[in-house]
Design a protein. Structure first.
Length: 64
């Protein structure tokens, strides 16, 4: 990641069914998504697993 200071996360919907939006510098978007979306899929899986441990659900969107 070339621009770590440009990373931010917004909470779109708080609560038991939370929704988050990840913002990164446009030059870093390919790094965050990864080959065939593998990195993005892994981040979503980890977030979902962490939320499930506390009886919640979470969704991660990556902003363009």
């Amino acid at each position: 990641m070339d621009h770590p200071d440009d990373v931010r996360v917004e909470i779109l919907e708080p609560g038991d069914d939370a929704s988050f939006e990840l913002h990164v510098h446009p030059d870093d978007l390919g790094h965050v998504i990864g080959k065939q979306g593998r990195t993005a899929r892994s981040m979503r899986l980890a977030l979902g697993a962490a939320a499930a441990r506390s009886g919640r659900r979470a969704n991660l969107e990556i902003a363009d």
